[in-house]
Design a protein around this ligand. Sequence first.
Ligand SMILES: [Zn+2]
Length: 140
Amino acid sequence: MLETLDRAVGGERLIGAAAIARGANGEPVLLGCKCTACQKEMVPPVSVCPVCGGEDMREAVQPDEGVLYSYTVVHVGPKRFRRPLALGYVDLDNGVRVFSHLEGDTFKIGERMKFDVAIVGRDPDETDLTGYVFRKENGQ
Ligand SMILES: [Zn+2]
């Protein structure tokens, strides 16, 4: 079992912590799972396959790049998240679709996106909230 960041970093507030693990080189990786019965992969990891009901789910590190399938920019919502808040679906290079915070000012459906971990908000006690995000591959 990979070390997820919620187990690695005590006390830090992570959004989507079950889907963030440390890779072999210590860098964060996107963690999903694969059903051994139907081979379906998904993010975040779950204990029961929503496709076939299988219960033998194996951890599966996901590709760190994909294509923006759809997104929205939200100007109202939970105070703890940064606003405007960009959320979207990214189709990873293995076909898995991931719902994620997005980093950047503008987005275009179909553009290449890259996985990262970043600050996505702040709790009322001023503690930063960290989560997985996708940003444009060129870093903008
Ligand atoms: Zn399955």
